[in-house]
Write a protein that binds this ligand. Structure first.
Ligand code: NAP
Length: 294
């Protein structure tokens, strides 16, 4: 039987509806979540990401401000701006759109954001808290993948999750989240990467297989166990002369044959992608609530 498709659009819509209610409730208590975004330069992909974040904020009814800086803005100016935003009550969340121009040290910039306003969840303090299983803003894509599992009735507890990829923004935080002794977690987690001699040996054992490699259609059907749940985080462009733009988007898994074998699968596009911005909105609202209580 073909796999059930877990739609990121649907799950994201459900969470946004919950956020709208939460925002109204917080507003009633005089708490107003707000997101401050810093965009340095005019990289088209970054402009498009920032625009979708602004639209998301508008949809759930929270304040959003994008501060656009010229590509030659100095590192010091960016750091000073973050300092100012850290102390500005109208922002419960701050994010700096990455990548930054080469002359700016990304690590210095991320580390400057107050951990309680770090809605990307990239600050080392938050990464440490995540590993310890303590309250912190969760990195958005990893959190989105976890929500898709939970909301499709696929609790990872007791399952063997194999994650392909160990980046600081997806693979590692997802592994840290799913291994915790906590609700929506408590899984046995294996992480594979380019150091693995034979990734199929591991992927074939997965009850839940997460592909986050950035390698188009690399996971093939023979690498997947019958009935597995497949979460495809990858977003890759491949040439396609039949498309107006000359390309189309595919994930890291070979979708059609795997959909014949898996029990659940996420599509690309329309899978994990729409979840990332939604979980950023979630973190911004949650940060406002936590800050208001401290
Ligand atoms: P990344 O920083 O490039 O990390 C890729 C990871 O995959 C690395 O750990 C790498 O191993 C591993 N890897 C690469 N090729 C492999 C192979 N053949 N076998 C086993 N492991 C392999 O990428 P990322 O930032 O995590 O992103 C991963 C993908 O997710 C990309 O397609 C990206 O566009 C997508 N993404 C989507 C969203 C979303 O919103 N849906 C958000 C973020 C990222 P090594 O560590 O050994 O090099």
């Amino acid at each position: 039987m073909p796999a059930k498709v877990i739609s990121g659009k649907e799950v994201a819509g459900e969470i946004r509806d919950e956020l709208k209610k939460k925002v109204a409730e917080l507003n009633g208590k005089g708490v107003y979540p707000g997101l401050g975004v810093i965009l340095v330069g005019e990289d088209p992909a970054s402009v498009s990401y920032v625009t979708s974040k602004a639209k998301g904020c508008e949809e759930i009814g929270i304040h959003e401000e994008t501060i656009r800086l010229a590509a030659d803005t100095s590192e010091d100016e960016v750091l000073q701006l973050i300092d100012k935003m850290n102390n500005d009550k109208k922002f419960s969340g701050i994010l700096v759109q990455l990548p930054l121009p080469d002359h700016i040290d990304e690590e210095k910039v991320v580390n400057k954001i107050a951990p309680e306003k770090d809605v990307d969840g990239f600050h080392p303090v938050n990464q440490g808290l995540l590993l310890r299983g303590e309250q912190c803003p969760l990195p958005c894509t990893a959190h989105g993948a976890q929500q898709m599992l939970m909301r499709s009735g696929n609790d990872p507890a007791g399952k063997h999750v194999v994650i392909c990829g160990r980046s600081n923004i997806v693979g590692k935080p997802l592994a840290a989240m799913l291994m915790q002794k906590a609700k929506g977690a408590n899984a046995v987690v294996t992480v594979v990467h380019t150091g693995a001699k034979d990734i199929a040996y591991f992927t074939k054992q997965a009850d839940i297989l997460v592909a986050a490699m950035g390698r188009p259609q690399t996971i093939t059907a023979d690498m997947v166990k019958e009935g597995a749940i497949v979460i495809d985080v990858g977003v890759n462009r491949i040439e396609d002369a039949s498309k107006k733009k000359g390309f189309r988007l595919v994930g890291d898994v070979d979708y059609e044959p795997i959909a014949e074998k898996a029990s659940y699968i996420t599509p690309v596009p329309g899978g994990v992608g729409p979840m990332t911005v939604t979980m950023l909105l979630y973190n911004t609202v949650e940060a406002a609530e936590i800050i208001s209580q401290s």
